[in-house]
Design a protein around this ligand. Structure first.
Ligand SMILES: Nc1nc2c(ncn2[C@@H]2O[C@H](COP(=O)(O)OP(=O)(O)OP(=O)(O)O)[C@@H](O)[C@H]2O)c(=O)[nH]1
Ligand SMILES: [Mg+2]
Length: 186
């Protein structure tokens, strides 16, 4: 139909250790505020959100994956079909940085191995306890370039919009159709 608008949908998966701030980051982005206490995610929590890349509207299904190891077995089925990922660690937790390797490997096993990934060092409002050298080392190990790393804070909102904008834009570049004929909404 001439003049019809089209909405493309993508699956964005959020990964990282327990308590790094995945749920808080999504809430800050989609609702404008982060919960003020830790509510452990069980299994997976899915939020749909409409955003824009270069004036084109896109629909994101944001999969908030539980970080706790007891949900490990269930994870792979949630990874499947992801178009992109935000991989979080906590800037106050060296252990959460080390864990990124495992998270990324699992994600790539269940997807296009070239799936776009942006790494976020979250809790930038707190005193950082992770060395930049160690961050760069892990980025090299997981084959993510340094321009795909951002420090964020779900608490004060720093770089939160930028993180979702950047991953949306890379996803569109990699998986978006040229004329937007994936899904008609009119
Ligand atoms: N200071 C600070 N605290 C944060 C930030 N993001 C999250 N938190 C706190 O960290 C704790 C864990 O946050 P969640 O968002 O629930 O963590 P999660 O990664 O979803 O954890 P799981 O669901 O168990 O995988 C909560 O107490 C949050 O308030 C941040 O940017 N700065
Ligand atoms: Mg959570």
């Amino acid at each position: 139909m001439a003049g019809a608008r089209f909405l493309q949908s993508f699956k964005l998966t959020i990964i990282g250790d327990p308590a790094v701030g995945k749920t808080s980051l999504i809430s800050k982005f989609t609702k404008g505020f982060a919960p003020n206490k830790y509510l452990i995610t069980i299994g997976v929590h899915i939020t749909t959100y409409q955003t824009e890349v270069n004036t084109k509207k896109i629909n994101l299904s944001i999969f908030d994956i539980a970080g706790q190891s007891k949900y490990h077995l269930a994870r792979k089925q949630f990874f499947s079909g992801s178009n992109g990922a935000l991989a979080l660690f906590d800037l106050t937790s060296p252990q959460s940085l080390e864990s990124l390797n495992t998270w990324i490997n699992e994600l790539r096993e269940s997807n296009d191995p070239n799936i776009p990934v942006i790494v976020l060092g979250n809790k930038s409002d707190l005193k950082q306890k992770v060395d930049l050298d160690d961050i760069n080392k892990v980025l090299a190990e997981i084959n993510v370039s340094q321009d795909r790393f951002l420090k964020t804070s779900a608490l004060d909102g720093s770089n939160v919009k930028k993180a979702f904008q950047q991953i949306s834009s890379v996803i569109m570049g990699q998986y978006g159709s040229v004329n937007g004929k994936k899904k008609s909404i009119e």
